[in-house]
Ligand binder design. Structure first.
Ligand code: NDP
Length: 284
């Protein structure tokens, strides 16, 4: 047997990046699968992104995640990009194929998997409200539209961003999209099936914050989702439960977007339960 002390390297480029907990779910996953792979947090400043991307090739990393502030800026260093990531306009997962860097966006797909597997809900034909129009909202709204929802309402504080996302969905998918200017408490359309908080409102340590939604417009039978993974039970979800709605937390999305990246990199099924457990312990 030949000696090989080398590990396959993946990780995340971000700034800040020290507190990014994805390392815990990936390292747990590699261990569970018996893979000699390592995941590292790399502190990469915006002005150094080009050099860091060249480093993926130079050091033969297998892939990398991009997080704030690199998800959009990273596009210009890629050789290929998936059609969904091109529509979303951002990448969060890169895989190296020989010398080619290929970009994908697993955020919205992670949300869809959580919707199907954790909430047991098929989005086909549903009417959805997405609160926010930033990176997470774009990924979720585009993937829901591609998955066949009937209508997407984008509620956003900044009109220009919200209108641009609604326009994108109308132009590039078969879903019908509309923009709602989000000021004060937003009243959900009565026929809403799914509402998603795709803003960071309620994220630790601001756990008392809640998106401005008229909670009386939340009805039993609606599914109320949050992208905030920490804490999993946000104030928004707790109050929605009290209104009789079903809920879906942001932990599932975080686990599944990571599980998809795991499979892109390793070609193997991800040990989803191990990954969820690793994160749940951090967020407990
Ligand atoms: P962005 O900065 O790109 O977008 C933030 C969005 O939230 C914008 O639309 C912004 O509105 C809106 N917003 C922020 N504060 C307020 C407020 N006080 N009132 C109304 N709207 C507000 O961030 P991201 O989309 O990248 O991230 C958002 C959240 O999603 C983060 O908390 C992140 O942790 C989470 N996330 C979770 C993932 C998961 O797997 N669970 C994956 C990716 C992200 P405006 O346009 O007006 O500025």
């Amino acid at each position: 047997m030949t000696t090989n002390y080398r590990h396959e390297i993946v990780g995340v480029f971000g700034d800040p990046v020290d507190e990014n907990p994805a390392i815990l779910m990936f390292e747990a996953a590699f261990k569970a699968k018996g893979l000699r792979w390592r995941y590292q947090n790399f502190h990469v400043r915006a002005e150094d992104l080009g050099a860091a991307m060249a480093g993926i090739r130079a050091m033969r990393f297998r892939g990398i995640n991009l997080t704030l502030p690199h998800k959009i800026a990273g596009l210009r260093y890629l050789d290929r990009i998936t059609p969904e990531a091109a529509l979303i306009g951002a990448v969060n997962t890169i895989v190296r194929d020989g010398d080619a860097l290929i970009g994908a966006n697993t955020d919205g797909k992670g949300f869809l998997m959580a919707l199907k597997l954790n909430a047991n809900l098929d989005p086909t034909g549903k009417r959805v409200v997405v609160l926010g129009a930033g990176g997470a909202a774009r990924a979720i709204a585009v993937e829901l539209a591609l998955a066949g929802v009937r209508r997407v309402t984008i509620a956003n504080r900044t009109a220009q961003r919200g209108e641009a996302l609604a326009q994108l969905i109308n132009d590039k998918t078969s879903a019908q999209a509309e923009f709602a200017w989000w000021r004060g408490d937003y009243t959900l359309p009565e026929d809403t099936d799914i509402v998603v908080n795709a803003t960071g409102i309620g994220l630790f340590p601001h756990m008392d914050d809640k998106p401005g939604v008229n909670m009386d417009s939340i009805k039993p039978g609606m599914l109320v989702c949050d992208v905030v993974p920490h804490p999993p039970r946000t104030r928004f979800l707790i109050e929605a439960t009290a209104k009789g709605a079903k809920t879906l937390d942001g932990l599932g999305m975080l686990v599944y977007q990571g599980a998809i990246a795991f499979t892109i990199w390793t070609g193997q099924d991800a040990p989803v339960d191990v990954m969820r457990q690793a994160l749940a312990e951090v967020f407990a």
